[in-house]
Design a binder for this molecule. Sequence first.
Ligand code: OAD
Length: 231
Amino acid sequence: MVLTGAGISAESGIRTFRDNDGLWEEHRIEDVATPQGWRANPALVWGFYQARRRQLNEVEPNPAHAALASLEEGLEHMLLITQNVDDLHERGGSKDVVHMHGQLVTLRCETSGRSEHRMDAADLTDEFLTCNCCAEPQRLRPDIVWFGEQPMFMQEIYAAVDACDVFIVIGSSGHVYPAADLVHIARAKGARTVLVNAEAPMNIGAFDEVHLGKAGELMPALVEAWLSESD
Ligand code: OAD
């Protein structure tokens, strides 16, 4: 099982959240990443996520994304969970990706809760958009899990964490729960725990094996080694 965070997309040019030049340096989390922020100033929140959706058209997957796609292909079973809302894992070739914090490529109807893929040029302006699911089209919101909301697919994720024999975390600071706790659960169940991160994160004590450095530089060789180990 693999859990990725913002660090895996950093070398593709997508800013992380908590590094020195991170997104949260410029924005108050409460303003742009909470239901209260959306209610108080939807135009600000919409503009923030529309800019991030437009950026998807300017970035490409990096060697770490490609390495994870090879890992999935070479293993009998692997589950990739990501905290990232970009689509770089899919574009890097990964087939089975669980986005626990939502996705940028989809938008969610505020009334029905249904998500739809909306990435045409007309979907990327700062104008609010409406859904295709309701008889009277309703406003769409970013399909993102905000602070104070439940991460998605948690039952499936906990079941997979319980069952996994290796749990690998790549590019996450270990600040945001419940994602940061998954490694503790995996370890308690006897999994080998592995970290690949630019610097020591909050939860470093939970890892059996630590590789400090850039994911795009480390991952291709690590995946090659893991695959030859699993043969
Ligand atoms: P953070 O920004 O908190 O942490 C990114 C981690 O990646 C840091 O520990 C960096 O040291 C590391 N890093 C940076 N560049 C790297 C590289 N090239 N290779 C490897 N590691 C690198 O991001 P997350 O842990 O993903 O949630 O943040 C978790 C959640 O907090 C996000 O999903 C988002 C945010 O608030 C929501 O919006 C709900």
